[in-house]
Write a protein that binds this ligand. Structure first.
Ligand SMILES: [Zn+2]
Length: 120
């Protein structure tokens, strides 16, 4: 039974061999990654929730169909790009139905009745 070493600064651990790799991965997934992800994502989610609520109250109608907006959509998919994500010029209010259609078309499941706005 091999106990994994408890070491700070896991990014600097250098080990050799598949057992070492397995241990290193185990340590990373058990400690470093979740701790980093959870605190960051909590902050991120709170900021996003607050910011989108303000945006939706100021932009209450779906820009595509005029229904009450429930979602803030990124006009250009942000692809986890921080600046693109938080750029309010890249935001638009959509209802859930229109947002779902847009998301599907961005994934390649094109909705036949939708044409991109720049294709006029
Ligand atoms: Zn809509």
């Amino acid at each position: 039974m091999v106990e994994p070493p408890i070491v700070d600064g896991l990014d600097f651990i250098v080990m050799r061999g598949s057992m070492a790799d397995a241990l290193s991965l185990q340590i990373r997934s058990a400690t470093a990654a979740p701790r980093r992800a959870s605190s960051a994502s909590r902050r991120y989610n709170r900021r996003w929730r607050n910011t989108r609520a303000v945006y939706l109250s100021a932009n209450a109608a779906c820009v595509l169909c005029g229904a009450p907006a429930t979602d803030v959509d990124h006009v250009t998919p942000h692809g986890m790009d921080h600046d693109l994500f938080w750029d309010t010029n890249n935001w638009q209010s959509l209802c859930h139905s229109c947002h779902s259609k847009k998301t599907q078309s961005e994934r390649g499941l094109t909705a036949p009745d939708q044409t991109p706005p720049e294709a006029a």
